[in-house]
Ligand binder design. Sequence first.
Ligand code: SF4
Length: 295
Amino acid sequence: MPLEISAKTILNKKKKPDEWFLDDYTLNPYSGCSFNCLYCYIRGSKYGIHMEEKLAVKTNAAELLEKQLRNLAKKNKYGVIVLASATDPYLQIEKEMGLTRRLLEVILKYRFPLHVITKSDLVMRDFDLLHKIDESAILPPNLQGKTKRGLFITFSFSTLDDKVAKIFEPGATPPSVRLQILEQTSTAGFHCGVSMMPVLPFISDTEEQMDNMLTAFSKAGAKYVFPASLTLFGEGPADSKTLMFRAVEKHYPDLYERYKKLFPGDFRAAGYYQAELSAKTNRLLKKHGIKNRIV
Ligand code: SF4
């Protein structure tokens, strides 16, 4: 059984929403993430190497959300809620817990717009509620006139290769399945797209691979794609830099030195790499006619 915790607050207000994610508010039903991506920015000693062991359910999440959204709606402080920013809202455990589904019911009741970010096929279970949120959400002033949609669904990919994904994001739904779910999400009429965060240096970032990925995303109905470079933090045993370097050394020994040079100290990749990646992604997005923003 997972750990159970009682959260003090459930909805976090962002000072300045990100241009990609449009996150006025963030909402995380679980603490930690059993998808266990090695590159995950939440990694560190708090969650350990095997994050599923420390996964915790915020048992009072729906009650807290009800209280917070009721207050915000009264003050007319509508804004996009990002579900989720520090876990996946559709972990395996969600099948039994139904916690994300209960949160969606509250979001629908108070008519807040929503941006779901996931690597999971389980999102399809909630298409009924997600359609209703899409139709009834009240948009904040900064989005009025730019879109009529009240819901966005973004699928995260770092690769389209299931074997590569098994190394770097071992607990997540395989990308081949994720791609099918993206297509079904688009066919169901949702405004959906892709977060390529991160693209894996020298593994999934060649011009040809990214071109193939964008072809697949476009074919599956993605309306937007936002690609970004890998970031790696920390030197501790459970930190993303340690885990990624170890995995590269084991599975891609030829790339190990290149990775070390790419991340000499900073959490960001070297400037030349970021500039090349940015030029490449802009070129390819233009070629495929895909936007790099939701609105
Ligand atoms: S799915 Fe997202 S939150 Fe979960 S481990 Fe992967 S990157 Fe982190």
